[in-house]
Design a protein. Structure first.
Length: 96
């Protein structure tokens, strides 16, 4: 039986997929980026967000529903097991 050749993905291939799958929510105070390719829909970030900023969509991917309520506590970013959500903005500052 002939072995099937598997194409190895380069680091640039992986980054390209990640960039294409990233959604950005931007305000003057905070930016939240969510990578749909890495989000497995575990809902941890939604459940632990103290301000009810996040929500799951019909595809079981997380979305931002109220960016203005985000306090940049970073809990979602720190608890996500898949590094799929990133928050930019200094905690405690109203503007980043
Ligand atoms: S914690 Fe991470 S993997 Fe889980 S739903 Fe949130 S962004 Fe997706
Ligand atoms: S940084 Fe804090 S307030 Fe903002 S979305 Fe994440 S958990 Fe919610």
């Amino acid at each position: 039986m002939m072995a099937t050749a598997t194409k190895l993905r380069t680091r640039e291939d992986v980054l390209q997929v990640a960039r294409a799958a990233t959604k950005s929510y931007v305000s003057t105070a905070v930016t939240i980026q969510i990578n749909d390719a890495w989000c497995k829909g575990c809902t941890i970030c939604v459940e632990f967000c103290p301000k009810d900023v996040l929500v799951m969509n019909r595809l079981d991917k997380v979305e931002v529903k109220s960016l203005e309520a985000c306090t940049k506590c970073m809990r979602c970013e720190q608890l996500c097991p898949d590094f799929a959500i990133v928050v930019f903005g200094e905690p405690g500052k109203s503007k980043s």
